[in-house]
Write a protein that binds this ligand. Structure first.
Ligand code: WT7
Length: 653
């Protein structure tokens, strides 16, 4: 589709009805909303029965001490048994659980029966290392099958894991080991990324020299790349030596539904990272249900692929726990989308016949930038549902995803949720909802969310404010590890009895919800609240712009002035008038108040590993300050590039 016809399409109020055959055979229909509205707790009790409990719960929710929830508290269950063993017992041991694709091109398929043996051996190995129920295990691994095995082995013995993203530094790893007081670290010599072997073990060695990490007794090391590693005798153990010699049978023990399953750290705007605590029964219920409902998973036919890293909550909930609880066959890919070439993802979709794809807007925009001709070279006709998560997806990227990846017909499910919510909260249902480009639309069945104003009053359709969750949900965080007060202050203090997600949102005239980014990202310009997301979306709707990041810079006249950083499309030459043209374009789309004061073309934008734009750093640039902490950036040279370009490209009114 040409950019012009795309632009025309976007002017209309569009809705895309679910494909008829999908709607006819959908796992979940609109009836679920009615059912959940009539009896929310009864609805979740029914979803909990999707799992195999050793002791069925009789109480659904204990909310006697809000906001500390207990879901299914008298039930007992083993997560690993639910994700692995029960599928083997049901006769599906030969079904592939993981199609692993290494970045160098090695591949390996692991069936549920094999997964059961691997998880059992790893559980014995952890026990041999002295890991007891309740002990924390840090996992610092690349995207390989052993990572999934390690997480499930921890779950199997009731040892909460703390997965630390493999791209984080030794310091970040040490902080997380200290905070959780981990007893064992599971790592690898290294992993493959961007065409080369990248080491992991040295960061563990360095982290363990820091105070507060002394309780780490053992480091279990997977051999992935074969690169040389330093070895500490008595502490370091090879996975292939210890795990391989363990028995292949292991009896899973059931734990209380509120037994801690994992801690996952998420960066706060200030201070030390927050250890988000998730527990067992409610978490598994909601991840399994949402994966079943939102991806319409048919485990015997579908091939599912979530491109996230396991070091991120999306990987926990929608690579490991949700899909495996549902007996899915899924792809696990180690590397980056452009290694060794920019068609790598589409080659993988073609190779495995992927039917359900879950990825992030930042990746979709990167693929748009690389060009339509790349996905066009591959057979993507197996794809039937496309998911998006991580940030608001601008309507242009949404349309491109549908047209060029989804053959113009695959429904897109824009799923809003957070590390803290544990599982999806807002999303269309692919067989029931007419989808709208750019909107996460509505709470899933059993979820209560709305948009409120500063006074906590629900806004009418057409109004804007803050997204809040008004009732507890099964996969909610239970607290911040070791800091109940911070849990209360961060999430429950802004609005009474409501969980405040930190996101701005608006309701359109149909009552559908649109996410507007973190409220810290709302700008105040001459008394008007303007969301960075809306200005970015307007910029990206211009054919010359591939990606945009917008920040508000302190301004004596207008409180804040809008500064935009844009990546231009491959073919869009940088010409003198383009900046003015873009400013006029935004002004036309959103009104003159939203016209950016400055627009700066850049080659790259600073992003975290999970693809979020680090606006804080761009604000530093826009306000001519020294840069703050850059340790979570994917590539710190990006900021040097942007800063050197700054003076020339500024455009003042
Ligand atoms: C924040 C949570 C959810 C797993 C990955 C990120 C933003 C997430 C969407 C979406 C608009 C979204 C929000 C949210 N976000 N999904 N579909 N539309 N915004 O987890 O790192 O905890 O980040 O990501 O701002 O609060 P996270």
């Amino acid at each position: 589709m040409s950019n012009e016809s795309l632009a025309n399409l976007l002017k209309e109020e569009r809705r895309f009805e679910p494909p008829a055959e999908l709607a006819a055979d959908a796992n979940v229909t609109a009836e679920a909303y009615e059912q959940a509205r009539a009896d929310r707790l009864g609805f979740w009790a029914e979803q909990a029965r999707r799992l195999s409990w050793e002791t069925e719960p009789t109480e659904t929710l204990d909310w006697s001490n809000p906001p500390f929830a207990k879901w299914f508290k008298d039930g007992r269950i083993n997560v690993a048994y639910n994700c692995v063993d029960r599928h083997v017992e049901a006769g599906n041991g030969d079904r592939v659980a993981l199609h692993f694709e290494g970045e160098p091109g090695d591949s390996r398929s692991v069936t549920y029966a094999e997964l059961q043996r691997e998880v059992s051996k790893a559980a014995h190995a952890l026990t041999e290392l002295g890991v007891n129920t309740g002990d924390r295990v840090a996992i610092y691994l690349p995207m390989i099958p052993e990572t999934v095995v390690a997480m499930l082995a921890c779950a199997r013995i009731g040892a909460p894991h703390s997965v630390v993203f493999g791209g984080f530094s030794a310091d970040a790893l040490a902080t997380r080991i200290q905070d959780a007081d981990a007893r064992v670290v599971i790592t690898a010599d290294g992993g493959y990324r961007k065409g080369g072997a990248s080491a992991l073990k040295p960061a563990v060695d360095e982290a363990l020299t820091k105070p507060g990490t002394e309780n780490v007794r053992s480091v279990l090391v997977v051999r992935r790349t074969g690169q040389d590693v330093e070895w500490t005798e008595g502490r370091d153990v090879w996975w292939h030596e210890l795990v391989e010699r363990q028995p292949e049978q292991h009896t899973p023990e059931a734990f209380e539904a509120e037994h801690p399953l994992f801690i996952l750290y998420t960066s706060g705007t200030t201070g030390k990272p927050k250890g988000i605590l998730h527990t067992t029964g409610g978490y598994l219920t909601q991840t399994a249900y949402t994966h079943h409902a939102v991806f319409d998973l048919k485990p015997e036919r579908d091939v599912y692929w979530c491109t996230a890293d396991v070091g991120w909550v999306t990987g926990h909930s929608y690579i490991v726990y949700g899909p495996l609880a549902n007996g899915a066959t899924e792809v696990l890919y180690e590397g980056t989308p452009d290694s060794p070439h920019k068609g790598r993802w589409w080659e993988i979709v073609q190779k495995y016949g992927v039917t359900l794809l879950y990825t992030a807007p930042t990746a979709i925009r990167a693929c748009m930038k690389w060009g339509d001709d790349i996905p066009a070279k591959y057979d993507l006709s197996s794809l039937r549902i496309l998911g998006s998560v991580g940030e608001p997806i601008n309507p242009e990227a949404w349309m491109w995803y549908r047209q060029h990846i989804g053959a113009g017909s695959a429904p897109i499910v824009d799923t809003w949720w957070q590390t803290e919510t544990g599982a999806m909260m807002l999303s269309p249902l692919p067989g029931a909802t007419a989808t709208k480009p750019g909107s996460a639309q509505l709470p899933l069945p059993g979820i209560s969310a709305t948009v409120v104003d500063d006074e906590a009053k629900e806004v009418p359709d057409g109004g804007g404010g803050y997204l809040v969750l008004t009732e507890p949900w099964p996969s909610m965080l239970r607290t911040i590890w070791g800091d109940d007060q911070r849990y209360l202050d961060t999430y429950w203090a802004r609005f009474e009895h409501r969980y405040f997600a930190g996101d701005g949102a608006k309701k359109d005239t149909d009552g559908d919800i649109w996410l507007l980014g973190r409220v810290d990202d709302v700008m105040l310009v001459s008394g008007h609240n303007i969301s960075t997301t809306e200005v970015e979306s307007a910029l990206v709707s211009h054919p010359a712009v591939a990606e945009a990041a917008v920040v508000g810079a302190t301004d004596p006249q207008t409180t804040q002035a809008i500064c935009a950083f844009v990546i231009l499309r491959g073919t869009a030459a940088e010409h003198d008038t383009l900046v003015d043209e873009l400013r006029a374009h935004v002004s036309k789309q959103l009104g003159p108040i939203a016209k950016p004061r400055r627009i700066l073309p850049v080659a790259e934008l600073p992003k975290t590993r999970s693809g979020k734009i680090m606006r804080r750093l761009l604000r530093d640039v826009a306000e001519n300050r020294a840069l703050g902490d850059v340790s979570t950036l994917t590539d710190s040279s990006v900021m040097d590039l942007i800063q050197t370009r700054l003076p020339a490209a500024a455009s003042e009114d």
